[in-house]
Design a protein around this ligand. Structure first.
Ligand SMILES: *Cc1c(COP(=O)(O)O)cnc(C)c1O
Length: 213
C-alpha cells in the first residue's frame, strides 16, 4: 500500500529544505508509481535495467528516472537514451561506457560517482583514489556530466557508525564538488541521519511504497 500521507509530509519537508526526494519504486507495480505521480512526484528510482525499461515505456514521459542499482557496462545502452541520472557509477570503465552510449544518441548523461562508505564488503562503490581518477577522466568525456556523489551506509542500528559514514562522504564531496552539486545519501532507515550530515538527495522506497518481498 502506498503511504500517501507520509509522502506528502516528507515531500513538503524536502521541498522546504531544497532536498530532492527520489521515490524508490523497484519491484512495485506501475499503479503505485502513478499514485504518487498524481500527487506531483516526478523523481522515481529503479534498480533493475529491465524493470526500468518496461516502466519507462508504460508511464508518463515527464517522469525523471533515477537509476540507482548496480549497472553492468553492457546494459548501459538500454537506459542511457532516457535516464535522468545514474547514481551508481562505480568504475572509470562504466563512466567511459556511459559516455560512449550517450554520444551515440547525442545526449549528455548525468551521473553520480558511487563511493564505498559502508563496512560491508558487499556494497559497491569506489574509494577516494578511484573517485579522483574518475573526476580527472571526466574532463575528456564530452557526453557525461558528473554531478556529485552517492553512497550507502552500513545496514546497522548503530547510529554513530552511520553518521560517521555519511560524514565521511560529505567530507569527500566538499573536497571535490561545489555546494550546488548533488550528494545522494539516505534511505528509509537512515534519511534523517543523512540529511543531518548534509545530504541534498534522498532515496526512499519502503516507507513510501511498503515493504518489498
Ligand atoms: C532499494 C534502495 C533504496 C531504497 O531503500 P529503502 O530502504 O526501501 O528506502 C535506496 N537506495 C538504493 C541504492 C537502493 O538499492
Amino acid at each position: 500500500m502506498v503511504n500517501t500521507d507520509f509522502y506528502k509530509e516528507l515531500k513538503a519537508e524536502c521541498d522546504a529544505a531544497n532536498i530532492t526526494l527520489v521515490a524508490v519504486s523497484k519491484t512495485k507495480p506501475a499503479e503505485d508509481l502513478l499514485e504518487l505521480y498524481e500527487l506531483g512526484q516526478r523523481d522515481f528510482g529503479e534498480n533493475y535495467v529491465q524493470e526500468l525499461v518496461e516502466k519507462e515505456a508504460a508511464l508518463p514521459k515527464d517522469i525523471r528516472w533515477h537509476f540507482i542499482g548496480h549497472l553492468q557496462s553492457n546494459k548501459a545502452k538500454q537506459i542511457v537514451p532516457f535516464v535522468h541520472i545514474i547514481h551508481s557509477v562505480d568504475s572509470a570503465k562504466l563512466l567511459q561506457e556511459i559516455n560512449k552510449q550517450a554520444a551515440k544518441v547525442n545526449r549528455t548523461t548525468s551521473c553520480l560517482l558511487q563511493m564505498h562508505i559502508a563496512r560491508e564488503e558487499t556494497k559497491y562503490g569506489m574509494d577516494e583514489a578511484e573517485i579522483i581518477d574518475a573526476i580527472e577522466l571526466k574532463e575528456s568525456l564530452l557526453n557525461v556530466g558528473v554531478k556529485g556523489l552517492m553512497g550507502m551506509a552500513s545496514f546497522t542500528d548503530d547510529k554513530e557508525q552511520v553518521e560517521e559514514e555519511f560524514s565521511r562522504l560529505k567530507t569527500i564531496y566538499n573536497r571535490y564538488f561545489s555546494s550546488s552539486a548533488t550528494l545522494s545519501m539516505g534511505m528509509s532507515g537512515d534519511y534523517k541521519l543523512a540529511i543531518a550530515q548534509g545530504s541534498n538527495m534522498i532515496r526512499v522506497g519502503s516507507l513510501l511504497f511498503g515493504a518489498r518481498n
